[in-house]
Ligand binder design. Structure first.
Ligand code: ZN
Length: 422
């Protein structure tokens, strides 16, 4: 007689399983000689092999023998602009030796306005195909959940086109896509943002037309904004994000990237689920964000790509008690699909420990998109979103700078990438 729950799949033979949080939020739990049993899309049991085999019937399970490799939770990429028209490779290369105004003088449009123009000019099917391509590479780098923002339309038809692509991506491939409406990424390039009536007209369109439509269609879970000098003021951001909240869209905010104009204080006040960038955030704002439970999303690849004059400093945020998350910020001006690369930058350039950065790329990032009860750590009952690394020690994740250690990815309990078969 055997009334133990039956596993569908059994991951065994790991040198070590990195399960996730411990009592001490800065420390990871890592278990030697551990195994993991899966039923449907969930983890049925995880821990020392003898304990798992005592709890669960694995006799009929598909055995995934990982032969001395390391097992870890899939990465959560909580900040991306995954859907975009074309690359800005020429601008990026020119920026190595020239200033933005020198490049503009050469007749090139640059930055977010360039991305808006190219995304508006690209058909929905083409946006979908190029984003699918990027997603398949993100999966091979161990990412199992991706947040994806609109924000290169900045008019209703093109914002809607981007949100529809998010929905199609969610249906067409295994990774979970979390959709964010970012109609306030910029002002429409065809208006003069310095003229108050034109500015107000677009903000009113966002509040009265676009946000209600997004909420009603169910095409996004979050409403986001770019609150910084030259973009939306803190007061405008408050009106727009509050309108989103009133329609059931949780608030996110890009803020303090190039100036401190009150966006972080606003994020604590609303409160927003996350505040992202944070290069100019004050100690008082950090305290308020920690108290309000706002997750700080750090984007080291952006600071690297633009050689940021004021790189973000996570240490005071950690000391203030904030939960931190990492994201790639994948976009045409900062193109990385690898969370491992972002972890390396967070450690080397921003003073995070490997443990802190790994937690920020998994459970911290899951918190930034409201999914931390489902993903971000390997625990019984959570989703079986797993990556397997061919490295001898955890530290090799950042020690070897330019390689991809991922050999197998399991998403919702199913193998979606196997390096031996690809
Ligand atoms: Zn962004």
């Amino acid at each position: 007689m055997n009334d133990k729950p039956k596993a569908d799949a059994y991951v065994t033979g790991a040198s070590e399983i990195v399960t996730g949080l411990s009592e001490d939020p800065a420390r990871l739990v890592r278990t030697n000689k551990a195994s993991l049993a899966i039923k449907d899309d969930r983890i049925l049991s995880i821990g020392p092999t003898c304990q798992v085999e005592a709890e669960v019937d694995v006799s009929a399970a598909t055995v995934i023998d990982v032969a001395g490799k390391m097992v870890a939770p899939g990465f959560v990429d909580c900040h991306t602009h995954l859907v975009f028209g074309k690359s800005r490779s020429r601008e990026f290369a020119l920026k190595m030796t020239r200033t933005s105004s020198e490049i503009e003088a050469m007749g090139l449009d640059i930055g977010i306005p360039a991305s808006i123009r190219m995304t508006r000019q690209t058909a929905e099917d083409e946006l979908f195909a190029s984003a699918m391509d990027r997603l398949s590479r993100m999966q091979r780098h161990g990412t199992t959940t991706v947040e994806s923002k609109s924000g290169y339309g900045i008019n209703w038809p093109d914002e809607l086109k981007m949100l529809r692509v998010n929905q199609r991506l969610a249906d067409a491939q295994p990774l979970d896509i979390v959709s964010t409406f970012l109609g306030a990424h910029d002002f429409p390039p065809e208006i003069d943002r310095n003229r108050q009536p034109e500015r107000t007209r677009y903000i009113d369109t966002l509040i009265q037309e676009m946000i209600p439509e997004v909420a009603e269609s169910g095409l996004a879970e979050f409403c986001d904004i770019y609150c910084d000098d030259g973009y939306y003021t803190a007061e405008e951001s408050r009106r727009i994000l509050q309108a989103g909240i009133n329609h059931g869209l949780r608030a996110k905010i890009h803020t303090d990237a190039y100036s401190g104009i009150g966006g972080s204080a606003l994020s604590a006040d609303l409160p927003a689920i996350s505040a992202d960038h944070l290069n100019h955030t004050s100690p008082a704002e950090m305290k308020a964000m920690a108290k309000a439970g706002v997750v700080g999303v750090i984007l080291p690849a952006l600071d690297f790509a633009v050689a940021h004059p004021r790189p973000v400093t996570p240490r005071p945020m950690i000391d203030a008690g904030m939960t931190l998350a990492l994201g790639t910020n994948l976009n045409p001006g900062n193109w990385t699909e690898s969370m491992r690369f972002v972890i390396l930058l967070a450690c080397r350039n921003h003073g995070m420990s490997l443990e802190e950065a790994f937690l920020a790329a998994t459970i911290g990032a899951a918190k930034a998109i409201g999914c931390d009860t489902e993903i971000g750590t390997l625990e019984s009952g959570k989703k079986a979103d797993i990556q397997i690394w061919d490295i001898p020690e955890f530290e090799h994740l950042i020690y070897r700078m330019d390689f991809n250690p991922v050999v197998l990815v399991i998403k919702n309990g199913r193998i979606v990438f196997d390096n031996d078969r690809s």
